[in-house]
Ligand binder design. Sequence first.
Ligand code: MTE
Ligand code: MO
Length: 316
Amino acid sequence: MLIRSTSGPADILPSEITSRALFEGRRRFLARSGLGLTAGAALWYGLGGEARAATARLSAAASPLSTDEALTGHEAVTSYNNFYEFGTDKGDPARNAHRMSTRPWTVTVEGLAARPRSFGIDELLKLAPLEERIYRLRCVEGWSMVVPWVGFPLAALLKAVEPLGSAKYVEFLTHYDPEIMLRRPILQWPYGEGLRMDEALHPLTILAVGLYGELLPNQNGAPIRLVVPWKYGFKSAKSITTIRLLERQPATAWRRTAPHEYGFYANVNPDVSHPRWSQATERRIGEIRKRPTLMFNGYAEQVASLYQGMDLRTYY
Ligand SMILES: Nc1nc2c(c(=O)[nH]1)N[C@H]1C(S)=C(S)[C@@H](COP(=O)(O)O)O[C@H]1N2
Ligand SMILES: [Mo]
């Protein structure tokens, strides 16, 4: 359930703005007590020079698939980003992504399905019960975070369009607007990613619409992005507009650019180095000492069976 205030800043009392500490404390309490999560928080957008307030409360049930590791702070999660359309420095997306308008927004699901169709974003927010999924995110660059996403299984959306038996892969294409995004072809725009159908239907694979109980900030891929926790971050395409069901493996943005460095599978694998650096360890944002990287980012128990019999050096 999503409640959005249509009122302006004058109507919002300071007491209604839930502080982060309070939010976290309440979330922990709810998690401990086994109750569903009802997170309240207020977002302040700096738009066109004047501050505009919008309350965006996402109500989501705590998922048993969450990790209980310490969360990376909200500030780091929303200011240390990769979203190359808005620039290649970690701070660029937070500086520039406010230019993207995320309402109205449509996601078109097309290709090999019995009922292909488009979904408005508000429809997607109600498609399935929202859950809070606390997942590790590991970037191929060697840093990692723990993020409290709010979202729903991608499988719920795919089932709604009834994939045909011939659909073996799912392609994701994201928003590209040269008026507000980089024109230099650092990657081929729009950003594309892909999953095999069994990966796409896996219960760990979600479409996220929020984090920390709030609607997604633009720099994190508003209004809807993929999160595939056992794969490197680059699989988790942001600001999705098109989802295609295909018979053949789609091309993907990073693989097009550097096929020897970025494979289709992109499973977190400490045994297979990136050609230019090791993937054996990672630095959790906020920590100094590196920690060992776990196979499938720690989700081996749930996903290793998907890759049985595959040589993970060939299919990296
Ligand atoms: N559209 C788009 N999606 C993207 C990217 C991008 O450049 N463009 N970067 C990817 C990479 S490399 C990572 S590590 C994650 C980072 O997600 P975060 O900024 O929310 O932590 O987003 C992924 N999704
Ligand atoms: Mo990444």
